[in-house]
Write a protein of this length. Structure first.
Length: 238
């Protein structure tokens, strides 16, 4: 029954050995969850005979989180998030736990992009996640240290080839902005010249601030005041 199964799962008949310690584990749980553990612990290999196996790809604490996630009951409380997705994906990929790997791959679509995550996505064969991260890095290249990518020229080129089109796009936007600024400056300069010419051409009686002492050759005084106010308003905007 379920109680008996749970009692077995709570025990420990195998030992995971780390550089920083050992962790008792239940081989049934590992074998049920991973074909790698099934092959390792159910065979005539040394791990199967001694029920001891070494773990070198993560720390004991990280493997404990992974092991807890595998548990059919306790695993419900283990949340895969930004703080643990990297090592959980690495373990899920290494031990071929497909459900965990799929969950981590989905999360990589939303968590911040990093160079180690780019390399991990490549290592795990997650093309979609790799491309998204490469695009993010290319968009803000100066924010990332690409030194680790020197050992992987293919991955480095995947980032670099995305940078050139982005630079081209930024250049076009900059040129369009500069053209808009030049056009705006040209319009302002033209308006200023028009205002100066207009003021020079007006008779003394209707120049801004002038006192009407000559015949109102432009019409009523109201028209004079209107022209004066419009010229003053135009100058203020320049």
């Amino acid at each position: 029954d379920l109680a008996a199964v749970m009692a077995v799962l709570e025990g420990g008949d195998a030992v995971a050995v780390f550089a920083d310690g050992e962790l008792p584990v239940q081989s049934v749980l590992l074998r049920m969850s991973s074909p790698v553990f099934e092959a390792m612990l159910a065979s005539s290999m040394s791990e199967g005979k001694s029920s001891r196996f070494e773990v070198s790809i993560c720390s004991q604490a990280e493997f404990q989180t992974f092991y807890n996630w595998l548990h059919p009951v306790h695993g419900r409380g283990v949340v895969v998030n930004d703080s643990n997705v990297d090592f959980m994906l690495k373990l899920g990929n290494y031990y071929q736990v497909d459900e965990l790997k799929t969950m981590c791959a989905s999360l990589l679509q939303s968590v911040p992009a990093t160079v180690p995550r780019l390399m991990l996505a490549e290592e795990c064969g997650l093309t979609e996640a790799r491309d998204r991260i490469a695009n993010r890095i290319a968009q803000s290249l100066d924010e990332y240290d690409l030194e680790p990518l020197k050992a992987n020229t293919e991955l480095l080129m995947a980032v670099i080839t995305r940078v050139k089109p982005l630079f081209g796009s930024h250049k076009r936007k900059l040129e369009e902005r500069n053209e808009a600024l030049r056009t705006e400056r040209g319009k302002r300069a033209d308006a200023k010249r028009i205002a100066v010419l207009l003021e020079e051409k007006l008779p003394p009686a209707i120049k801004p601030g002038a006192t009407i002492s000559e015949p109102d050759v432009w019409g009523p005084i109201a028209a004079t005041q209107w022209f004066s106010s419009k010229i003053a308003e135009l100058k203020r905007k320049l």
